[in-house]
Ligand binder design. Structure first.
Ligand SMILES: Cc1cc2nc3c(=O)[nH]c(=O)nc-3n(C[C@H](O)[C@H](O)[C@H](O)COP(=O)(O)O)c2cc1C
Length: 310
């Protein structure tokens, strides 16, 4: 079984990847998406979203970090894939699952699920642009409105030369509603394809991981929001470990504070830590208690004092 840390734009940046990959046996991380429109992506954009490229495409502890692209133009996506690969990304991922409105207006992300033919052309162009030994992976939802074309989309992706496919088991219309999760819808696709299929969505415990594997027919799992709610979720899912207790989480938070403050992002720290508490409070009553006060604080120093006092 592989467990992959999902891409999460605005949330799972390189610092969070470092922290979580040190706590967990992740097999792979995927970066936030890099948008590709109608010109080459400057190297500085790759390095900003994936500073791990300066470390051989790995986190500090050696977990591979794959660059994800998002866009609609096969040629420009191919160009960006080639550059990501040349800069040292271990494989390249293409996002066909993002539901954000601005993204869809520019025809990237999930809206392409309505156009399997264009998906085919994109994947093929990207495949031809990177060395044969490099992995090309794609990430999709089950569909736009419904899941009637999942197989067609998945087969287009495979026949265009992708080596791996992650499926978020909801449609675009489902949004992120927990009750809409549909792991069994992945099963026929996983069975029909000869490339590995990775199941994603709503995995929050060891039991969820086991059930998802059973219902989706996938060995490999990808976890996103749950990995922020329970920072050792990959260890739980892989090895049936206990959820870390609050004291352990406090130590993790303290490391996070050091990472954020020592980095160039201190100005983002207040928002980032509140955002993380928004996830942590779903699994830890202590985080929930602290969140009420925390959300009112604006400055990094007051937030750190609040964390230390708790
Ligand atoms: C805030 C947020 C940002 C996301 N950003 C991305 C992204 O950049 N690329 C992508 O393919 N999926 C993105 N996703 C989708 C996740 O990778 C994942 O498919 C989804 O959250 C379902 O998995 P989960 O239930 O384990 O969170 C994002 C999801 C959230 C909630």
């Amino acid at each position: 079984m592989r467990v992959i840390l999902a891409p999460m734009e605005g949330v799972l940046d390189h610092r969070m990847r470092q922290l979580l990959s040190e706590l967990n046996p992740y097999d792979l991380c995927v970066t936030e998406f890099i948008r590709v429109v109608d010109q080459p992506v400057p190297d500085k954009v790759f390095y900003r979203l994936a500073p791990e490229l300066l470390n051989g495409g790995k986190t500090r502890n050696g977990t591979p970090v794959r660059v994800q692209l998002l866009g609609q133009d096969p040629d420009w996506l191919a160009d960006a894939a080639n550059r990501a690969s040349a800069l040292g990304s271990p494989g390249v991922d293409i996002n066909f699952g993002c539901p954000a409105k601005t993204v869809n207006r520019s025809r990237g992300g999930a809206v392409l699920l309505k156009e399997p033919e264009l998906i085919y052309r994109i994947v093929k162009a990207m495949r031809e642009a990177i060395p044969a030994e490099q992995v090309l992976s794609a990430k999709i939802r089950l569909g736009w409105e419904c899941d009637s074309r999942t197989m067609e989309i998945a087969q287009a992706i495979e026949s265009a030369g992708a080596n791996e496919l992650a499926i978020h088991a909801r449609t675009k219309a489902d949004g992120y509603r927990a009750e809409a999760i549909n792991w069994p819808a992945i099963a026929p696709v996983a069975k029909a394809l000869s490339i590995p299929v990775v199941a994603n969505g709503e995995i929050n415990s060891y039991a969820d991981g086991q059930r998802c594997q059973l219902e989706s027919g996938c060995q490999d799992l990808m976890i996103g929001r749950g990995a922020l709610c329970r920072p050792n979720l990959a260890e739980m899912v892989k090895h049936d470990a206990q959820q870390l207790d609050w004291d352990a989480i406090r130590a993790v938070l303290s490391e996070y504070v050091t990472l954020e403050i020592s980095g160039d992002k201190e100005r983002y720290f207040p928002n980032r830590i509140k955002q993380w508490f928004g996830y942590l409070r779903q699994a830890y009553p202590e985080a929930n208690e602290m969140f009420g006060e925390l959300r009112r604080l604006k400055r990094s120093d007051e937030i750190i004092a609040h964390l230390n006092a708790a």
